[in-house]
Ligand binder design. Structure first.
Ligand code: COA
Length: 244
């Protein structure tokens, strides 16, 4: 029984849960992290076409970074799946339980022979509240937001994503964000307020969010420095009510 995993599908051969992108990208699925992802992840994090737009990953990205990141994302996915499987026993007829992460996040392209290749990542996390310009107030609100219970409609989430450079510009991330929001973030995380922060010049990323109903709130400067460079951010915001 996997009712609490709804709407994830289950791979009948491996038992792995997944979400499939709609046509014309039905050969791309979102899955949990897998042992062995570290080296391909390290390859993409060392690609300037990707890391120049990201704040988090260290540059250069070393095997130990890939390992500790893998432990983190795998741990989070396992914990979410574990909780949902337990909920199956605890609430056999009960409502679907809210969680505060998505157990499937890695984009994989499925080849004709059935093998697949890791091509990207997409996740929601508790927001770092970048739009709050005062540093002390930002920290306070970030901590307050982080403490809220899964499913609390006042939680502010933030999206993070990257796609292999070989796959840029084919509308893949636009489709993935749409699926992620409608299939998981809204129904299973109860997400009602989601933001994205892009580096100001990241037109492709801004468009991905705008095409998914995020409102471009403009530029913000909270003094952010990334790898020694000052960064102005574009703030994008989606609220559930605006779609109602
Ligand atoms: C940002 C990123 C995820 C976009 O994914 P993608 O699948 O290539 O984007 P899409 O193909 O869905 O494109 C969405 C829109 O952006 C436009 N676009 C994409 N890349 C662009 C670029 N480099 N410059 C200008 N426009 C771009 C597309 O034309 C499309 O707009 P349109 O429909 O109006 O023509 C991808 O480029 C990437 O991984 N970049 C590096 C990491 C990164 O920036 N992550 C986001 C951090 S906030």
């Amino acid at each position: 029984m996997t009712r609490q995993l709804h709407p994830l599908e289950i791979n009948p051969k491996t038992g792995e849960p997944f979400l499939r992108l709609p046509a014309p990208h039905q050969n791309i699925i979102l899955t949990p992290p897998r042992e062995g992802d570290q080296s391909i992840n390290m390859h993409h994090m060392n690609d300037p076409a990707i890391h120049k737009w990201l704040e988090g990953p260290p540059v250069p990205y070393l095997p130990e970074h890939a390992d500790s990141w893998f432990q983190f994302v795998k741990g989070q996915s396992d914990a979410t799946l574990g909780y949902l499987r337990k909920s199956e026993e605890n609430f056999p007829d009960g409502p679907l339980q809210f969680v505060d992460a998505c157990p499937v996040r890695y984009l994989r392209e499925v080849k004709e022979n059935g093998t697949d290749v890791l091509i990207g990542d997409l996740c929601l996390r508790r927001s770092p509240m970048e739009e709050v310009l005062d540093e002390v107030e930002r920290k306070r609100l970030e901590e307050e937001n982080a403490k809220k219970q899964a499913g609390d409609p006042t939680i502010q989430y933030a999206v993070g994503d990257w796609l292999a450079a070989s796959h840029h510009g084919r509308s893949i991330m636009t489709a993935a964000v749409g699926l992620f929001m409608s299939a998981w973030a809204i129904p299973r995380m109860g997400a009602r307020h989601v933001v994205a922060y892009t580096f100001a010049e990241n037109i492709g990323s801004i468009r991905v969010f705008e095409k998914n109903g995020f409102v471009n709130k403009g530029l913000l400067d909270n003094g952010k420095m990334v790898r020694g460079e000052k960064k102005t951010l574009t703030h994008l915001e989606w609220k559930h009510d605006q779609d109602a």
